[in-house]
Design a protein around this ligand. Structure first.
Ligand SMILES: [Zn+2]
Length: 80
């Protein structure tokens, strides 16, 4: 029985989705979560969302996103 919708991919990315639909669903969930977090920063410009999906050479689908480090630096500057 399959309990997760992604698996490690041979290209080295940990989250490899089997098809485009699964990747898009996961992307939607990730963006919804980020939107909820962004709403906590009132009066602040929305955080850029550069997330998208792509198909790699091994036929799996992956998500790309703004680097975690860039996001954390922005949050840190707001909190200061
Ligand atoms: Zn891959």
């Amino acid at each position: 029985m399959k309990t997760v919708d992604f698996r490690p991919c041979e290209c080295g990315v940990k989250r490899g989705f089997l098809d485009q639909r699964a990747a898009e669903k996961a992307l939607g969930r990730a963006q919804a979560k980020r939107d909820r977090q962004a709403q906590r920063w009132e009066g602040v410009h929305p955080i850029h969302r550069e997330n998208r999906i792509y198909e790699c050479d091994y036929g799996r689908w992956h998500l790309t996103k703004q680097s975690r480090r860039a996001y954390e630096e922005r949050v840190a500057s707001y909190a200061a």
